[in-house]
Design a protein around this ligand. Structure first.
Ligand code: ZN
Ligand code: ZN
Length: 411
């Protein structure tokens, strides 16, 4: 039997090799929880083994984060420290690889004034704008991966007989979703990467003008920019080094035409956002703009999200994930977007990725805008897929092609 430590070591290796693909003499910037110090240290060690010149760790302590939201002065949430901005930008300038190890408690900020949460999201969004642009244009290598921690695990497995068992169950679910149990995980990822790229190739060749979604609670049309590109799995940074931005990843995605979204769409999974849960929501669009957003749960948080800035009233991503994806088949609701978005068709409120349009990586913000790409200080995915969802693609000459039938690929 493999012990947890052996599994973590394999996982760390996968994060460093496939995730950000650390190069000789490269700096590495890790964000991770103090609760998962073991994994953070293993990743740092593997990064040095891969040739990293320096590994910097930004520790997250959720207990302290909650304390701050409860006790700190109001104005703390309206500004983002300049030195934090400068630190990130300096690592970007040095071509560092960014590893984000997430393990958020979905209920961390339950009961906190949504104004404080909204203010801080706005302030940090503005403070990290340059950093986000670098990430969204794949200037540097970056990856988002997850670690199992107590509060999150208890939310996902509330009926576990003990805390430790829940943590172990969540680890197992994470390892399964990142193919760590395959005989050769690195090879398994190479194959998976090829499969997803095959789908994006087909979609790029079809070059749809419009996607039409139908499902219970959803009647939506999404136009795609003339220069849109479907992207999946691995990306390449400014130095042409491949990396995997998300692990797991099951999605094939592109950017919608900012003003070309019409109709309504209903969520099919809860959305964990800003330390709160938003659930049972329906969003209505007119010419791309969100004109109504109603949630059965977390209405305040949803409204704060939509009102973040002008761009948060529009979409920035349209992603296709079959209902039969392994994460969806596991039937585990993770209350975490990294996993739940990879179990379901989804859309994102906020900014679009520059690499989702031809030549976009080198375009100015104005050029991106004129190519239909939305810009915002936020980007939040929400899940809309189900076994009842059909999607048609409409080509320039009016030809209609079934893309999804009953939640799964039809092409
Ligand atoms: Zn996505
Ligand atoms: Zn996204």
């Amino acid at each position: 039997m493999t012990t947890l430590n052996e599994q973590l070591e394999k996982y760390a290796e996968l994060i460093v090799r496939i995730g950000v693909n650390v190069q000789e003499n490269q700096e590495v910037f890790i964000t991770g929880s103090v609760e998962m110090a073991t994994l953070v240290r293993l990743v740092a060690g593997k990064a040095y083994e891969a040739g990293a010149s320096n590994v910097h760790v930004d520790w997250i302590d959720e207990t302290l984060s909650r304390l701050k939201y409860e006790k700190a002065a109001d104005d703390v949430f309206t500004r983002f420290p300049e030195w934090e901005t400068a630190k990130r930008n300096a690592f970007v300038a040095n071509g560092a690889a960014f590893i984000s190890i997430i393990s958020p408690n979905p209920d961390l900020l339950k009961g906190i004034d949504s104004k404080r949460i909204g203010n801080y999201q706005k302030a940090s969004g503005q403070g990290l704008a340059e950093f986000r642009r670098a990430i969204q244009a794949d200037k540097v290598s970056w990856t988002v991966v997850a670690a199992s921690t107590k509060d999150w695990a208890l939310k996902v497995f509330p009926n576990s007989d003990s805390e430790q068992h829940a943590v172990d169950q969540l680890w197992e679910a994470i390892f399964k979703s990142v193919r760590l149990n395959a005989p050769d995980p690195v090879k398994a990822w190479e194959e998976h990467n090829a499969t997803l790229h095959h789908k994006s190739d087909i979609l790029n060749e079809k070059h749809f003008r419009t996607l039409r979604y139908t499902a219970p609670g959803t009647e939506l049309t999404i136009d795609l920019p003339e220069k849109h590109i479907w992207v999946a799995a691995s990306s390449t940074n400014a130095n042409n080094i491949p990396f995997m931005a998300n692990m797991p990843t099951e999605e094939v995605f592109t950017v919608p035409e900012k003003t070309g979204v019409n109709g309504y769409v209903s969520s099919t999974k809860p959305l964990s956002h800003g330390g709160n849960i938003i659930d049972g929501f329906k969003i209505t669009f007119e010419k791309g703009r969100i004109v109504r957003a109603e949630a059965e749960k977390g209405q305040d948080i949803l409204q704060q999200l939509v009102d973040t800035d002008e761009g948060s009233h529009y979409l920035g991503e349209v992603a296709l994930v079959p209902h039969e994806s392994p994460i969806s088949q596991s039937n585990v609701l993770f209350f975490n977007t990294l996993f739940d978005e990879n179990a379901s068709n989804h859309l994102a409120i906020g900014s679009g990725y520059a690499f989702n349009v031809e030549g976009g990586k080198h375009m100015s913000p104005e050029e991106l805008a004129s190519n239909g790409v939305n810009s915002s200080i936020t980007h939040v995915d929400f899940m809309i897929g189900s076994a009842e969802m059909d999607i048609d693609g409409v080509q320039a000459d009016g030809t209609v092609v079934p893309v999804f039938r009953k939640g799964n690929w039809a092409i």
